[in-house]
Design a protein around this ligand. Structure first.
Ligand SMILES: Cc1cc2nc3c(=O)[nH]c(=O)nc-3n(C[C@H](O)[C@H](O)[C@H](O)COP(=O)(O)O)c2cc1C
Length: 142
């Protein structure tokens, strides 16, 4: 039977930003996400996270509830959530993207003003923007 995939995308500010936090987040993602059937990607641009989560709805919403409680980020803003036909990141329990010129070019191509404000990402563009980011070779799959 076809299992419905549910995706959720949000932006949040890392506070305060410490590089060791990212390593910890990725470690937790690797420990928890495969068992929950969750895949996705995390990008960190100028101290703001944008995360794409996909999997069974209950698992994704359960993880989101934990995220809402996590003090490593603040001002969490939901950008998009809902059922989708398939996964965009089937092979990544979590990958990390860091800022570089290729990434800047993707945002500019999608009409995002600079300096970049991930919180201003239009909901109906969040998934497409993220997929375009994922096609750049800047990812560090972990
Ligand atoms: C930006 C950000 C992204 C995160 N992504 C995940 C994730 O994909 N999976 C996960 O299990 N925890 C993630 N976490 C950590 C959770 O908020 C939470 O600390 C963790 O799931 C608790 O699990 P544990 O009790 O097994 O350590 C993330 C935290 C932050 C700040």
């Amino acid at each position: 039977m076809h299992r419905v995939i549910y995706r959720l995308i949000y932006a949040s500010r890392a506070r305060p930003f410490r590089s060791e936090d990212v390593a910890g987040i990725l470690r937790q993602s690797h420990e928890n996400n495969p068992a929950a059937g969750v895949t996705g990607a995390l990008c960190l641009l100028d101290g703001v996270y944008m995360q794409y989560l996909e999997g069974p709805q209950a698992a994704v919403e359960h993880l989101f509830a934990r995220l809402l409680d996590d003090e490593r980020h603040g001002k969490l803003q939901l950008l998009d959530r809902g059922p989708v036909p398939s996964r965009v990141f089937p092979d990544w329990s979590m990958a990390l993207l860091d800022w570089d010129e290729r990434i800047r070019a993707v945002f500019v191509r999608h009409g995002m003003p600079l300096p970049l404000d991930l919180y201003a990402t239009p909901s109906d563009q969040a998934a497409e923007l993220f997929a375009a980011l994922a096609r750049t070779p800047s990812w560090v799959p972990l």
